[in-house]
Design a protein around this ligand. Structure first.
Ligand SMILES: [Zn+2]
Ligand SMILES: [Zn+2]
Length: 363
């Protein structure tokens, strides 16, 4: 029987967390939040001492309460976290051990026994637990998570680097994996210079795809081309985005588009610039935007419109492995958790470039 608590380690009674006291309210830093002790963990649960956590648009939606689904209240947000397992609930059967470095993703836990779980769509489990949404998340020094679902972080991948792979990375990785594309196909990535987009460019290249990056500004252009994008379309400078994509792809249009944007025009355009048999992957989770596409051309061009929602455990293994090989690097700024409120403001205004990762090893 292996240890249930990390040797020579004392779990503190209090910790610092970023708390949303009620839905729609502001986030406040609490320095005296209780830490769950080993004897309070249920079988299957583990206590993770956090090292790093990314910040995602979803965290902002959860805090604002502007989604059709409602978050728990009060709420500790965050779902791109990396840390060390310091305790495991008694009577837990698991391969995980205390001392393991693991990732906590949006899908904190699922039943593993329902039809969705059996089919590998663990994220669609009706009893799914979601980090930083219906269970407390990673904006804290210690987070309770679930042995079945935490992702082992490969050696050689830095914790801050790994953090954003666990949500942004897994999400775009799965969308590209299921985009029905073959080596050498053209894929269009609107928002390619952003937090999700810059990872999508790299995962697409790692898969041997040719990338049309759509975004705006000299800085994002430089980033996308440096990451290997084969063509660049500036949506502010280009009058006709559909024509520009068709031209970049030899006149026929792209094989697939992975659309992460909240704006409906991103979807309408995709149906127009995809070639016959093309696939539109919808990935973003805007609160109330509607998908607008020509039914006529969706049918006439045999377009597939698919939704892809985060990823399962295997997607996380694969996305982390590709990052560990150095094929995908997260562009992020490292901040202190106290800057979360300012980061939310920046996300609301659209002024945050790349990803923000909070270093939780700093006091
Ligand atoms: Zn996320
Ligand atoms: Zn299930």
């Amino acid at each position: 029987m292996s240890a249930n608590i990390l040797p020579n380690f004392t779990i503190p009674k209090k910790q610092t967390v970023a708390l949303v006291e009620k839905s729609g309210g502001t986030v406040v830093i609490k320095e005296d939040w209780p830490v769950v002790q080993q004897n309070e963990l249920k079988p299957g649960e583990c206590l993770v001492q956090m090292q790093a956590t990314g910040c995602c648009h979803t965290d902002l939606h959860a805090a604002l309460g502007d989604w059709p689904l409602k978050a728990k209240s009060p709420l500790i947000g965050g779902h791109e976290g990396v840390g060390i397992i310091v305790a495991i609930g008694s009577n837990t059967v698991t391969d995980r051990k205390v001392g393991d470095r693991v990732g906590i993703k949006w899908l904190a836990d699922s039943c593993l026994n329902c039809e969705q779980c059996r089919s590998g769509r663990e994220q669609n489990c009706p009893n799914a637990k979601l980090s930083g949404f219906n269970v407390d998340g990673t904006f804290s020094e210690y987070c309770v998570s679930f042995c079945n679902h935490v992702s082992p972080i490969p050696e050689g991948l830095d914790s801050q680097e790994a953090a954003s792979i666990l949500c942004a990375g897994v999400t775009v990785y799965r969308a590209i994996k299921y985009s029905q594309t073959q080596h050498g196909d053209w894929i269009v990535l609107p928002g390619a210079g952003g937090g999700l987009g810059h990872l999508a460019v790299q995962y697409a290249k790692a898969r041997g795809l040719r990338v049309v990056a759509i975004d705006t500004g000299a800085e994002k252009k430089k980033l996308c081309l440096a990451l290997g994008a084969d063509a660049w379309v500036d949506f502010r400078e280009t009058k006709d985005i559909v024509a520009a994509v068709r031209e970049a792809t030899g006149g026929e249009g792209a094989h697939s588009a992975v659309v992460t944007t909240a704006h409906p025009s991103g979807y309408t355009q995709a149906v127009d610039y995809l070639r016959g048999g093309g696939t539109l992957m919808a990935v973003g989770l805007p609160g109330d935007a509607k998908l607008e596409a020509s039914i006529f051309f969706t049918v006439f061009k045999s377009i597939s419109i698919l939704g892809s929602y985060v990823g399962n455990r295997q997607d996380a293994y694969e996305a982390l492995e590709i990052a560990t090989q150095g094929k995908v690097k997260v562009h992020y700024v490292s901040k202190h958790l106290k800057e979360l409120k300012a980061t939310y403001e920046g996300l609301k205004e659209g002024t945050v470039a790349g990803r923000v990762v909070f270093d939780l090893t700093k006091q």
